[in-house]
Design a protein around this ligand. Structure first.
Ligand SMILES: Nc1nc2c(c(=O)[nH]1)N[C@H]1C(S)=C(S)[C@@H](COP(=O)(O)OP(=O)(O)OC[C@H]3O[C@@H](n4cnc5c(N)ncnc54)[C@H](O)[C@@H]3O)O[C@H]1N2
Ligand code: MOO
Length: 642
């Protein structure tokens, strides 16, 4: 019987790499002959496996470069304006551009400079230099010269050069054949609606895509159930038919995790468990000389471990630099703690605010695919470090081109659904502007402005004492920052409730009286302050409201909790309730403003935002369609501080 493997080791990364690469060398992976012959017509993007030499010279003959006549230059030596030379018909011959120069001639005179005579002769007013207007044999390239070195990715111009010299087929690197095998009985196809516990299978699409990007001919196997017999059969077949196999999930210690034990039965497990985060349960194995990399099931762990182990394998095998966008130096906006003894890979968002490129750690969850969709780079914290401090300079591996990072407007603060519309609209414009938005609440936005980490912050903070929005907080917390406060919208805040309001909730008192479950926003969020004010006005202490301590970070996450039934009500904006088809009981209208430091008010990215909100009526229509918005002051300066 195949046993569950509960002993995942913690091999240091450097040691795991060393073991793996010596096992790969021993099984001949790096010395595989990966060559095939393809026609030059079909070789675009392929990589030359050998140097390519010209078969013939180009041009293959001495060719006229102009329309005119071919002559012997010596015959024109005495020609001048004052005493032109007349050539009899046998002393010249008409040629067109590209024609071979006839025997006995060594220069071409352009037709514009020839005066043809009625007797068939040609009158010429200038001497000629030897070989003028002639492209000599091999002017472009001479037979046997090198056209392309080996290891070169073929471009259209390269195809032309090869064909011009008579090269019609060439040896190129055969793409290593790879198969991705997803495993797990819970996996379903994306077009099926998941029942509880079922998961849409999407990892194999990601993993095969990266393998393709890195030069492999990658295929996807259909998901294999958690059954050792099925897994064994699939792995044996894949190992026999491929240069590389990627197995996904079942790598750790669950009751249905068979990857490691099956691999140990039919092959050699070189390493199971590496001291990295994420990606600890990775398995590095070899079946009959074919490497099999068992990646953890969580998508982020799978992608990052594949980058660590598989990318390097392919780079070495294909002798290619796969470091796409390079590294960049940035300054940490906040500290990241990391366990000693573990190499940690941290997803990073980058933003250039003023002179400094700030690096901010992005989502942590190993299942958070969006953290890599939005992420700009990766920070590696080596095993010997306990982390990095705020303000520390770090090297970030870029996940997107530097130009895109530089085109990023950094928005930090309270979340509003208008931001998605704004991000989309600005991305459509040329040159595009990206918005990177961190939803850390209104107070978090103010702090980011104070630390000079954001171009703008979204804010809706109600001052209980004055009933005024935002301005008292700015005066108190940003007293020395020249800035403008610009209105984005007024929006309805209220209780988001399950569709049809099954508990017949009309306000907070009903929640308390019927002991229903609330879902709250994090401290520092404007919506949290509003909740506290409304509860205070009603005289409801927090401990009387079940779920008060359960916090989410955005309106949409609160709406999602209500939609799923894990909470009966949560405070949020009408647009979020409408987006998920929830009921909504309005509590108040609030003002949502943008804080923009004077330093950035002339930044082209900020100008774009202001133009959009002030002048684009289509954009206004789209906002109003979200529901619960009033745009009576959109784009107005509500307050200015010099
Ligand atoms: N007791 C222990 N538990 C866990 C350990 C451990 O060392 N001891 N390691 C944890 C770590 S770290 C990780 S990472 C995960 C990896 O576990 P598995 O490789 O066994 O992966 P699964 O449990 O099968 O799946 C995890 C997660 O990912 C989803 N998944 C799997 N395949 C796909 C796919 N093709 N497409 C989309 N999503 C997929 C799967 O449904 C699960 O939700 O183990 C920890 N536990
Ligand atoms: O370390 Mo696991 O790979 O979190 O995700």
């Amino acid at each position: 019987m195949t046993m569950r493997n509960i002993y995942v080791k913690n091999t240091p990364l450097a040691e795991a790499r060393k073991k793996w690469h010596s096992a790969l060398s021993a099984c001949g992976f790096y010395t595989k002959v990966l060559t095939e012959t393809v026609s030059v017509d079909d070789c675009l993007g392929r990589i030359t496996a050998e140097p390519i030499f010209a078969h013939r010279s180009s041009p293959a003959h001495n060719a006229s470069a102009m329309d005119g006549i071919s002559v012997n230059f010596a015959d024109l030596a005495a020609a001048s304006e004052a005493s032109p030379v007349i050539l009899p018909p046998e002393k010249f011959q008409q040629v067109n551009t590209g024609n071979a120069i006839p025997e006995g001639f060594n220069a071409v005179v352009m037709i514009e400079d020839v005066h043809f005579l009625d007797n068939g002769g040609a009158q010429l007013h200038m001497p000629a230099t030897p070989w003028q207007h002639i492209r000599t044999i091999g002017e472009d390239i001479v037979a046997t010269e090198l056209i392309l070195p080996e290891g070169h990715r073929i471009r259209p111009i390269d195809q032309g050069a090869m064909l011009a010299t008579g090269v019609t087929t060439i040896p190129v690197q055969r793409k290593p054949k790879a198969t991705v095998i997803p495993t797990g009985s819970e996996l379903i196809q994306p077009d099926a609606a998941p029942k509880p516990g079922e998961i849409i299978e999407f990892n194999s699409r990601i993993l095969a895509g990266y393998l393709q990007d890195w030069g492999a001919d990658a295929h996807r196997h259909k998901p294999v159930q958690d059954d050792p017999d099925l897994l064994r059969a699939a792995l044996k077949k894949a190992a026999a038919e491929n240069d590389l196999v990627v197995l996904n999930a079942g790598a750790s210690a669950g009751t249905r995790d068979y990857s490691a034990s099956v691999l140990a039965e039919i092959g050699d497990v070189i390493v199971h468990g590496v001291a990295i985060k994420p990606g600890k349960p990775v398995i590095l194995a070899i079946i009959d000389n074919t490497p099999v990399v068992g990646l953890p099931g969580y998508p982020v762990s799978a992608v990052l471990t594949m980058r660590i182990f598989v990318k390097e394998m392919l780079a070495k095998l294909l002798n290619h630099d796969l470091d796409q966008h390079g590294h960049i130096e940035a300054t940490m906006s906040r500290p990241v703690h990391s366990a000693m003894g573990v190499d940690e890979f941290v997803r990073i968002t980058l933003g250039r605010v003023g002179q400094t490129l700030m690096a901010t750690p992005a989502g942590k969850g190993a299942g958070a695919v969006m953290s890599l969709v939005r992420g700009d780079g990766l920070l590696t914290i080596p095993a010997g470090n306990e982390g990095v401090g705020a303000g520390e300079k770090v090297s970030i591996e870029l996940l997107r081109p530097k130009a895109e990072v530089d085109a990023t407007l950094v928005f930090i603060g309270s979340h509003d659904n208008i931001l998605d519309l704004m991000a989309n609209q600005l991305h459509r414009e040329k040159p595009f502007t990206r918005i990177s938005s961190a939803h850390v609440g209104s107070m978090g936005g103010i702090m980011a402005i104070r630390r000079n980490e954001a171009h703008m912050a979204g804010c809706h903070l109600l001052d209980e004492a004055t009933g005024e929005y935002n301005i008292p907080f700015i005066k108190r917390l940003l007293p020395n920052v020249p800035l403008q406060l610009i209105n984005l919208c007024y929006r309805e805040q209220g209780l988001m409730l399950a569709k049809g309001n099954p508990h017949n909730i009309s306000g907070f008192s009903d929640m308390v009286n019927r002991n229903l479950m609330f879902i709250n926003r994090q401290g520092g969020a404007g919506t949290r302050l509003l909740t506290d004010k409304v509860m205070g006005d009603l005289g409801i202490p927090p401990e009387q409201l079940a779920g008060y301590d359960h916090e989410e970070y955005t309106h949409m996450s609160v709406a999602a909790a209500v939609a799923s039934g894990s909470a009966d009500a949560g405070m949020g904006i009408r647009a979020a309730a409408m987006a998920l088809g929830l009921d909504f009981v309005p509590v108040t209208e609030e003002r949502y403003d943008l804080i923009i430091p004077a330093l950035f008010i002339k930044d082209p990215k900020v100008i774009k935002v202001l133009e959009l909100i002030r002048t684009n009526t289509m954009f206004h229509q789209k906002i109003l369609a979200l529901g619960g918005y009033d745009l009576r002051d959109i784009g107005q300066i509500m307050y200015q501080q010099n």
